[in-house]
Design a protein around this ligand. Structure first.
Ligand code: GSH
Length: 152
């Protein structure tokens, strides 16, 4: 087996699926940042002197709602950025389309669910852990396939 750069083509259904879910997840990460800002206004929690909306306010770093959204955002960076890298390399391994497309779907949907149950609705565990492990499992599988294709 070899990595084949010709698979980076819009003719390749697996690559198109990777593009689509990557763009959706970029927008999802941005939405989490916007949501952080919204939560700062709702709770009047500002981290910089120049952001204070009224002279009565003080800078504040410990609002639980803001911190929750920030943790969701950080968890995105810990998990979605690796997916962008390894998902593309996985496309180069010429995987079976059905499997690859469903793995991308699994990552995309699980990471959206992770944000919702962590910071929007706050659903009890194990909902967040489940969403986390679905995306992690799919990404780890892709990484192992890349290693197998590239190294052996
Ligand atoms: N940096 C993570 C943490 O501090 O929790 C590492 C472990 C992790 O990612 N756990 C998942 C999670 O959603 C499943 S429980 N953690 C919440 C978070 O990162 O704030």
């Amino acid at each position: 087996k070899m990595l084949n750069p010709e698979l980076i083509s819009l003719e390749n259904q697996v690559f198109r699926c990777y593009l689509g879910w990557s763009a959706i997840l970029v927008l999802k990460i941005f939405a989490t940042g916007i949501y952080t800002g919204l939560m700062r206004f709702i709770t009047a929690t500002f981290a910089n002197q120049e952001d204070l909306m009224s002279p009565k306010l003080k800078v504040k770093f410990d609002d639980p709602n803001v911190e929750r959204v920030r943790r969701a955002h950080r968890n995105d960076l810990e998990n979605i950025l690796p997916f962008f890298a390894i998902g593309l390399l996985y496309v180069l391994t010429n995987p079976a389309a059905f499997l690859a497309i469903n793995l991308f779907r699994a990552v995309g949907i699980a990471r959206i669910v992770h944000t919702i149950v962590y910071a929007v609705v706050v659903v009890p565990q194990p909902s967040r852990a489940l969403a986390f492990f679905v995306a992690l499992g799919a990404t780890v599988y892709m990484a192992l396939q890349v290693i197998l294709s590239a190294a052996f």
